[in-house]
Design a protein around this ligand. Structure first.
Ligand SMILES: Cc1cc2nc3c(=O)[nH]c(=O)nc-3n(C[C@H](O)[C@H](O)[C@H](O)COP(=O)(O)O)c2cc1C
Length: 447
């Protein structure tokens, strides 16, 4: 049987970073007007999309020139709400779609996070996913008492312990813990709610978690590690991996590395799907899609692009010398504990490590990165479906795509639901209706 793919909408930056003024976006509505999210959730559920996803960050980008000025002036990574109340509200106007929420294990406490996610899982009837990240963003770290980024490997040790604590807390409540017997007055079964007595390198948590058992047992765990250590962590903790947009060759390599890491953890190769982050412009015609993609290059000024790439790399590119090699630059980035596999690594992969660039050449690439131009695949529904199938077939089972950072909302997402989804269905690649009511059921097939 033709395997079906999963689709999610990544709304992390809806209506920000220049996208709020692109043709096809709402006019007269600005972030964070709740009606925008409500409208998108209804569109997505009409298309039987698996999940709406929200990434997160708590700092205002300030790596560029050591200042928040450019970020605030141009709306780069700012403003930004904690999305858990929005998810709570959205769960009341939808019935099947899941919600992905992001918190950084580098800064948060697992007891608070496990309890919050349990509460949301109840409110939504079992439709919550937790995207657990290790933050490499200096502006975020500075809000939680760090002068420097935590060492890359240590971030992942903390992430693994964080998830172990969360899972122990959720598993410490048996599914039949609640009794609610009106005759006797018994509410719960004492033996069904257990302390965890965790004492580790980062956290000390006695438990038990004081919530009823979760509708899903545990929220679905998403993880986006991309470095070798990050991939090892996803093999240890993830139900689904969130993979960065990159060349097909690098995606196939990521799949292979994940399968090796899964085997090393005693999990079957292919048992964890990858949802690939993908930027799509689906047009009624191929020409219309290409025209729309070109408009991306006008979305933000150069300074805004500098603030964007510096924030995401954790490295101030305003200080670049007039000329440098990509290898040398990536080594300098890795030495600062930022991610070794970010934008510059991908440039080095594309152009060759030894390639030298001038500042102007680098910032031209940076503009394409910041606007999503480089990664945007534009085409009509048939072309886009061909592209998705190619990646899906090459990178293994149980996965799919996270349609990310839409260029304009709601037009882009309407086009996905009205043009792309029917084309994928014609090919037997996408569901006709939701299989169940929990995210665990729809996304992982675990009823
Ligand atoms: C698709 C995707 C989504 C991500 N979302 C976030 C996010 O919302 N917030 C954040 O601070 N980092 C986010 N990250 C960064 C990752 O947590 C991680 O730092 C990055 O993938 C680098 O991998 P490494 O830590 O293994 O070097 C995301 C990464 C990817 C690939």
């Amino acid at each position: 049987m033709t395997e079906r793919m999963h689709l999610a909408f990544d709304l992390s930056w809806t209506h920000l970073e220049g996208r709020w003024r692109m043709p096809g976006s709402w006019t007269g509505r600005t972030y964070p007007d709740f009606r925008m999210y409500e409208e998108v959730a209804r569109i997505a559920e009409r298309g039987c999309i698996d999940m709406i996803f929200f990434g997160d960050g708590t700092g205002i980008p300030s790596t560029w020139r050591g200042s928040t000025a450019a970020a605030i002036q141009w709306g780069i990574g700012w403003p930004r709400l904690d999305m858990s109340p929005t998810i709570a509200a959205l769960s009341r106007v939808t019935s099947h779609i899941g919600f992905g929420l992001t918190y950084a294990s580098t800064f948060m406490h697992p007891f608070y996070t496990a309890r919050l996610l349990a509460s949301l899982d109840h409110l939504s009837g079992g439709r919550i996913a937790f995207n657990v990240i290790t933050s490499s963003r200096r502006a975020d770290a500075a809000n939680y008492g760090f002068d420097e980024l935590m060492e890359h490997g240590l971030r992942y040790e903390r992430l693994e312990e964080f998830i172990a604590v969360c899972k122990a807390l959720w598993d410490g409540i048996d599914p039949d813990a609640m009794v609610w017997d009106r005759e006797t007055g018994q509410v719960g079964r004492p033996g069904a709610v257990r302390a965890i007595n965790h004492a580790g390198a980062f956290f000390k948590v006695r438990g038990p978690l004081n919530t009823p058992p979760l509708p899903q047992g545990r929220p679905v765990i998403l993880q986006a590690g991309a470095s070798p250590r990050g991939i090892q962590a996803s093999a240890r903790v993830a139900d689904v991996v969130f993979g960065a947009s990159k060349s097909l060759e690098l995606q196939v390599q990521h799949r292979q590395e994940l399968d090796q890491a899964l085997a090393a953890e005693g999990r079957a190769a292919g048992s964890v799907g990858i949802l690939w982050d993908i930027l799509l412009t689906v047009g009624e015609t191929a020409e219309a899609a290409q025209r729309q993609k070109q408009a991306l290059l006008e979305a933000i000024p150069l300074e805004a692009a500098g603030a964007f790439i510096s924030h995401h790399a954790g490295y101030d590119f305003s200080q670049l010398p007039p000329r440098f090699s990509l290898k040398e630059l990536n080594e300098r980035i890795a030495a600062t504990q930022a991610s070794p596999v970010g934008f510059v690594y991908r440039l080095a992969h594309e152009f060759g490590e030894a390639t030298e660039m001038t500042r102007d050449e680098f910032f031209r690439q940076g503009m394409q990165e910041a606007t999503g131009f480089n990664d945007t695949f534009a085409g009509d529904a048939v072309q886009v479906a061909d592209r998705l199938e190619e990646i899906f077939v090459a990178t293994g089972s149980k996965g799919g795509f996270m349609v990310a950072h839409p260029q304009c909302t709601p037009r882009d997402l309407l086009n996905v639901v009205d043009f792309l989804v029917p084309e994928l269905r014609r090919r037997g690649r996408f569901r006709e209706s939701y299989e169940g009511t929990t995210l665990r059921h729809n996304l992982l097939g675990q009823a």
